[in-house]
Design a protein around this ligand. Structure first.
Ligand code: 13P
Ligand code: SF4
Length: 350
């Protein structure tokens, strides 16, 4: 567990991190990407960290891969690559830098390590977990295989390396339906997200999809009634839901897709008013690029994603902590499942 007092003392000794309006003015181009959601005084607090992190990245030959749920100061200030889980996994296969700092949750850092065993993969906070990844173990996969003999196991990337190693192939929210459709046999086991599996089952009626009973603590909170109530109040709102939401919620939405699918949809469609039924930072990160879109409605925060902060990223780069390791034998088996997903995704995209 991170010792905050020690971390702050170490950073204070090495960097000038005092809030600076002068620096914020100098970095106006960076602030311009998040002006609608980050005030200038707030940016004045972030600017010294953003400058220090970007300098350190060059000095240490490091690259920052950041998920779409990172806060705007991370997403626009220090990330080299941003994307959904699939895009980050694909980008991880192309990294030339020696060090990857994964700004996202632990399973994402593990995926980068699985794909880059010889590189150093850092995560700014080891406790950035995921309720889905925590819901199943390799033993759970074995139980499903025993219950449905011969059925292929498609595991969401939101799983540990051990679970990936016990699976036939991985999937993400952007390719789950196509991966399930590509499996041989009538029955397909999906782990660990019951709602993603139920949403996929509707899209792929030719398969019998069976699932593990995990769920995402962020998306399971939304209800169809919330969406109906909001639509009754503002009928012109475009509602866009992540497929980790229950099927009843997805059924009320105008569109459902991965986090990058959601960004692409709003960017393409330019609705006057949009409700993103997903994690809070999504709307914040695209607000400045889409000034004509009013983002409305409830937003739920992922407490795991929010463990990643500028301060922890700087400490991670400064100290080379916290390094992510995956047992080489497990990594080799997990790599087969992840690479099979990437391969299938490429074929699907053609
Ligand atoms: P995406 O693959 O859509 O980015 O989803 C990852 C995630 O954790 C959503 O909760
Ligand atoms: Fe896991 Fe849900 Fe957080 Fe995504 S939003 S990392 S699925 S807990």
């Amino acid at each position: 567990m991170l010792d905050f007092a020690a971390m702050r003392a170490t950073l204070a000794e090495a960097y000038d991190l005092a809030p600076s309006l002068t620096l914020a003015e100098e970095m106006r181009d960076v602030h311009a990407r998040m002006e609608r959601v980050v005030t200038l005084p707030d940016f004045a607090r972030y600017a010294p960290y953003i400058r220090a992190i970007n300098r350190l990245k060059h000095e240490k030959n490091a690259i920052i891969l950041a998920h779409n749920y990172m806060t705007p100061e991370i997403y626009h200030g220090v990330a080299d690559v941003v994307g959904d889980s699939l895009q980050l996994a694909i980008e991880a296969t192309k990294v030339e830098a020696q060090t990857i700092v994964q700004c996202g949750v632990h399973f994402m850092a593990e995926t980068s390590k699985i794909l880059n065993p010889s590189k150093t993969v850092l995560i700014p906070d080891m406790e950035a977990g995921c309720s889905l990844a925590e819901s199943i173990t390799a033993e759970g996969v074995a139980q499903m295989r025993a219950k449905y003999p011969g059925a292929p196991v498609v595991s969401y990337v939101n799983t540990t390396a051990e679970v990936k190693a016990a699976s036939d192939v991985c999937c993400t929210s952007s390719n789950a339906a196509q991966i399930v459709a590509a499996m041989e046999g009538d029955t397909v086991i999906m782990t660990p997200d019951q709602y993603l599996a139920q949403n996929v089952a509707r899209q792929v009626p030719q398969k019998k999809v069976v699932w593990w009973a995990g769920s995402c603590i962020v998306h399971e909170q939304y209800t169809a009634q919330d969406l109906r109530d909001y639509r009754a109040l503002h009928p012109d709102t475009r509602i866009i839901a992540h497929p980790e939401c229950p099927p009843s919620v997805v059924a009320e939405a105008d569109f459902s897709g991965s986090t990058s699918g959601i960004i692409d949809y709003v960017t393409r469609e330019h609705p006057g008013r949009a409700m993103l039924v997903t994690e809070c930072s999504m709307a914040s990160n695209i607000a400045d690029a889409l000034p004509e879109v009013e983002f409305v409605g409830p937003c739920n925060m992922c407490p795991y994603m929010k463990k990643i902060t500028l301060e922890k990223i700087l400490f991670s780069l400064h100290t080379g902590t916290e390094e992510v390791f995956v047992d080489p034998e497990i990594a080799a088996r997990a790599r087969v499942a992840v690479e099979r997903m990437i391969e299938l995704s490429r074929k699907i995209a053609k």
